[in-house]
Write a protein that binds this ligand. Structure first.
Ligand code: SF4
Length: 305
């Protein structure tokens, strides 16, 4: 049906409706207040509207809401970007995780190069009757470290306790006895490994070493590690792990995960709980044992770290 026929059909239908309304007695169609609309007038209106439609101009008029009810379209949400610290490539900053170094320039890996090929005896001689930090004033003995100078495995704690201070030997108190058992549990003897601490004088009251004490003392530990060149260092507890890896991340996140020792390529670090903590929290021994099994497997070449 062409538009003309369509229009005629529309008008015919309208006439039919009007006739029907007339028979019902209706004379008004549309607004209440308008006067009666004659049949002819309605026909004219319909014809006019139909003409508009035929030209595509008739569209149902959109009712615009009042300005106060207009809801603006949603704006795109920009998520905040969280950037995790990453290791800086080719950086002289020794920090493993790209944080500012805890130790400053004094302990940059380059600083160890000047001590290349020195022995543990050389390092001990250089340490002397050390007064480099305030811990000298309360100590009885310097606890330098002991064990196999060619050990594949090193254990590093945070600092000497009362028994160690009294004897000048590392890990000889109750925690030390537990450490010896841990070493033997993986098929080694205490003499096979090397044991040292981050600070070599006892912090009073068994407190954790303070940052200025760590900064003063840790270059000697770094030199010991360079001289021994172990395959693996087990970091015992939070202070030792944070000092060795130069990070502020906590032990609970890092425990049981092999890390690269940031100062010498090829040496690995495995953080685990300090034996003194295991004495206070025996329920953690199971996790420590899992870590020790990783140590054993690593030394046997059974696992990729
Ligand atoms: S803790 Fe280290 S730096 Fe401080 S006095 Fe003792 S040996 Fe020296």
């Amino acid at each position: 049906m062409n538009p003309r026929e369509e229009l005629g059909d529309l008008i015919a239908q309208a006439r039919e409706h009007l006739r029907y309304y007339s028979e019902l007695g209706l004379t008004h169609i549309g607004e209440k207040s308008t006067p009666a609309v004659s049949e002819q007038r309605v026909e004219d209106l319909i014809a006019k509207q139909a003409t508009s439609t035929a030209h595509g101009a008739f569209e149902p008029k959109r009712q615009e809401p009042p300005a106060s009810t207009i809801i603006p379209p949603p704006q795109p949400v920009t998520k905040p970007t969280i950037t995790m610290p990453t290791k800086k490539e080719n950086s002289t900053d020794p920090s493993l995780f790209g944080e500012p170094s805890l130790f400053g320039e004094n302990a940059s890996p380059a600083a160890e190069n000047q001590y290349a090929n020195e022995t543990l005896e050389d390092i001990r001689r250089d340490l002397g009757d050390c007064h480099r930090c305030k811990l000298w004033s309360t100590r009885t003995n310097i606890v330098f470290g002991e064990g196999n100078p060619k050990a594949e495995l090193m254990f590093v704690g945070e600092g000497p306790g009362a028994d160690e201070d009294a004897t000048g030997r590392p890990f000889v108190g109750r925690a030390g006895q537990l450490l010896t058992k841990m070493i033997e549990a993986i098929g080694l003897k205490r003499e096979d490994v090397y044991i040292a601490n981050v600070v070599k004088s006892r912090p009073p009251g068994n407190r954790a070493p303070e940052s200025d004490e760590v900064k003063a003392c840790i270059p000697f530990l770094f030199r010991q590690i360079a001289a021994i060149h172990p395959k693996l260092i087990v970091a015992l507890g939070n202070p030792a792990m944070q000092a060795l890896l130069d990070t502020k991340i906590g032990i609970t996140k890092m425990r049981g995960h092999f890390q690269g020792y940031p100062r010498i390529p090829g040496i690995k670090v495995l953080p685990t709980f300090h034996p003194a903590y295991l004495l206070r929290s025996p329920d953690k021994k199971r996790e420590a044992w899992e870590d020790l099994k990783k140590v054993r497997a690593f030394l046997r070449g059974e696992t990729e770290s």
